[in-house]
Design a protein around this ligand. Structure first.
Ligand SMILES: Nc1ncnc2c1ncn2[C@@H]1O[C@H](COP(=O)(O)OP(=O)(O)OP(=O)(O)O)[C@@H](O)[C@H]1O
Ligand SMILES: [Mg+2]
Length: 342
């Protein structure tokens, strides 16, 4: 891949933290005065990836997997213990200012806005900090106000905003200088369905129309399914999957589910070999089968010839169920995962 096509790159990137592991309680603190014990935590354990301009990548993993630590190294907040990070060719922790001008960052857990200032003034401060011209600022504000419905919020002090309102403002703030790369660390955490939906629509729009490269950390698998073509899964600081979200489905999902509505409630589907009824409601049944052993075509044609069917649809398993499965079966899946990574 050519250097100028790359938006983000991690080369054997690693981050360790030393934490004080002296005993707890009064005696522990006394002992610690004489003998301090340090414990090492490897938060990010030598990861490699390349993200091209315009990609929309989901970065997922269980709590403590190392996602935020990675984002902090890519945004220049943390210095890696070893390895290299590059964003648009810039090493973030060596050129914090230069990097900050070219990236947008949102940490869902905390705001980058000034708590007591009205939202509009926070935006104005950021305009000055990022040296955005008034014309460009006004132009971008019109767009952000419309897309994120900001107008009613602009005169309110940040501390009075609800979580969803604050998140919309934070997202707008991260985009005032129209950065080509956007890092989002759990931007949808705690938001209601409507706000999540508005934010997802907006992110899809800037990715599509402006070609903004987006790296999104989330625990909400709907974010991934709806937005991220590519998925990187982190487990205990290491990458265990890096590929297309669709290919994850293809590789790990052998079970398919057919939702079927029969004319007659008594249809004895239980007796078909290889097919299990997992749920039923009146004339509707949900049938599970292994697509490695039986093709969907075979199952559908068997059902259609032998039963009176009103309606039938094949359900794709959700990315959430696949990832849950990967977390739960790490050991047995590790061999096949390596195949997909490589
Ligand atoms: N400043 C720090 N000092 C010591 N340990 C830290 C520090 N920051 C993170 N860690 C540890 O590094 C590991 C990775 O943390 P990180 O915040 O990157 O996880 P995460 O994947 O973002 O998790 P979550 O989904 O809960 O946000 C954890 O074990 C965490 O306790
Ligand atoms: Mg985190």
């Amino acid at each position: 891949m050519r250097e100028n096509e790359l938006a983000v790159e991690a080369i054997d990137l690693r981050k360790e933290f030393s934490v004080d592991d002296s005993g707890k309680g009064f005696m522990g603190r006394i002992k610690a005065l004489f003998h301090r014990r340090q414990r090492k935590i490897v938060a990010v354990d030598g990861i490699d990836f390349q993200i091209k301009r315009g990609e929309f990548v989901g970065y997922v993993g269980e709590n403590g997997a190392g996602k935020s630590t990675t984002i902090k190294m890519l945004t220049g907040i943390l210095v890696p213990s070893s390895g290299i990070a590059k964003v648009s060719g810039i090493v973030p922790y060596e050129n914090r200012k230069k990097n900050a001008a070219k990236i947008g960052v949102v940490f869902g857990q905390r705001t980058q806005l000034w708590w007591d200032l009205p939202v509009r003034e926070s935006f104005e401060m950021l305009r000055v900090i990022f040296r955005v011209s008034k014309i460009d600022f006004n132009h971008q504000m019109v767009r952000l106000e419309r897309a994120l419905d900001l107008e009613p919020l602009l005169r309110m002090p940040v501390r009075k905003l609800s979580l969803g309102q604050r998140m919309r403002c934070d997202l707008a703030a991260s985009l005032i200088h129209r950065p080509p790369v956007l890092f989002l660390d759990e931007p949808t955490i705690g938001l209601d369905v409507l706000v999540k939906d508005a934010i997802r629509k907006f992110l899809a729009e800037i990715n599509r129309e402006e070609g903004t490269t987006i790296i999104l950390t989330t625990h909400d698998m709907n974010d991934i399914e709806q937005l991220c073509k590519r998925l990187i899964i982190l487990d205990k600081g290491r990458i265990i999957f890096d590929g297309e979200t669709e290919s994850l489905k293809r590789h790990f999902v052998h079970e398919k589910v057919i939702e079927i509505e029969f004319d007659d409630k008594e249809s004895p589907v239980e007796e078909i070999p290889g097919i299990t009824v997992i749920h039923e409601e009146g004339c509707r049944k949900w049938l599970k089968f292994d697509s490695d052993n039986t093709s969907i075509g075979e199952v559908i044609s068997f059902l259609a010839t032998n039963y009176k069917i009103k309606d039938l649809s094949v359900k794709e398993p959700s990315v959430e169920s696949i990832i849950k499965n990967i977390y739960m079966n790490r050991v047995s899946l590790s061999a096949s995962l390596e195949k997909v990574v490589s």
